[in-house]
Design a binder for this molecule. Sequence first.
Ligand SMILES: Nc1ncnc2c1ncn2[C@@H]1O[C@H](COP(=O)(O)OP(=O)(O)OP(=O)(O)O)[C@@H](O)[C@H]1O
Ligand SMILES: [Mg+2]
Length: 474
Amino acid sequence: MATATARFLRDLSTDPAALEALANEAKEFALELGALRHTEGSPEVVTYAPFTLFPTPVPRDAFHQALEVQSHFNVLMDKISQDPRFLEDTLASTIEADDFTARLFDILKRVEKEGRTQSIVLGINRSDYMFEQSDDGTSRLKQVEINTIAAGAFGVSDNIPVIHRHILRLVGLGDQCQSIPDCNSTAGIARALAKAWQLYGQKEAVILFHVENLHFVSFNHRNLQEMLRKRGISFMRKNFESVYESGRLDSDKRLFIDGVEVAVVFHRDGFMPHHYTEKGWEAKLMMERSLAVKCPDISTHLAGTKKVQQELARPGVLEKFFPDQPQVVEQIRATFTGLYTLDMCPEGDQTVAMALDSPGNFVLKPQREGGGNNFYEDNIVRILEEVKGDARRAAYILMERIRPKVEHNVLLRRGLPIKLTPVAAELGVFGAYVRNGGEMVLNEVLGHIMRTKGIDYEDGGISRVAMYDNLIHY
Ligand SMILES: Nc1ncnc2c1ncn2[C@@H]1O[C@H](COP(=O)(O)OP(=O)(O)OP(=O)(O)O)[C@@H](O)[C@H]1O
Ligand SMILES: [Mg+2]
């Protein structure tokens, strides 16, 4: 099935004029559908969001495996967030070595000491995967990480299946369209936010989109905001600075901003150190101490750190969270790849030796989000040589390098030449849950997104720039 598109693409690439015409058609359709992004730092200059001309073939089984395990990841993240002891033990060495994690952890300590005000919990996460190429030619699902704060790329991605089906029909491959699944995670995100808002129980209260940029709304957020509006839910957009300036807690710790009560704080910012000024830290603490439902709350934010991911891969740890559910443990563990501690202990020493011996087999990761923070090849050696002898090394974890299955596609992005390019696809699965005290009232798998990156053979690595994509399963 999928090879039909691959074959077609190969033939098409020998006819540059036809390829260019098809690419132009796809770009125009994207503009018409509103698959857009701002450009030139302007609120009124837009271009199409970068995307692939064709969908990427993915084995049906691997796709379903990722969807099926997601409700378990939802429960796992929620359980970790309710276990401050586990977080403290797991992050102890990281906190020593990494100021950012330490400051986030300080907020957790402060809130725990005061007593948590809100028993409604809302989690919206995205588990990311690559398809590892096995020796027998098949590909296996491997988790890259799970994002518990500001999991993005919804919204615009909902349009990609529509574009891909249009292109396939145009080139006479319309029979393949049924193998392209829909994307509609945005509706599910709206549902989860609305559920938390409704449980909060104040009709006049709003959902706060805590964003970095107040000047213009990302198109992804605009789609979501429209869905909330249709449900009769108001929202406001504020950054750290404006929350600090115009926010206050009343005697019941209800959060008011510009005098309006906030039911839910939806954090789309605050996951990188440079997002914070001292006022930013104050604002984060105020929101965290408040009665508003936080998405995520500080413990769920910390549950998404790479150090926690590494700890979960140790023998016996998943079993602690799912003591009577060996099948659940097995399903989750099947997605893991090698994860190794760099703590100051004999196990950490072994990790250092292993990484220095064959750096090409690993990725070195600090406790950061937002892309562009990981180290490969010579950089692993450079950093480990510098920090291997002291506790600074505990700021990182080491991860086995996933060797992705390489496909070919045409990457459409303003300014990029139109040509067949080797690419690797990454699948993300969105999950959401709402817990009200002891009761899970919503646990949903919201759907998938695909993003595809060009492979840069010279660099031996994968480009940082991701294109929206969708899958075609076989
Ligand atoms: N183990 C791995 N093997 C191969 N490539 C990897 C591995 N881990 C990460 N990558 C690549 O690096 C990218 C970023 O990794 P990761 O998601 O861990 O970092 P991040 O800063 O949290 O990024 P994001 O903004 O996507 O949350 C991935 O999308 C993938 O392309
Ligand atoms: Mg991340």
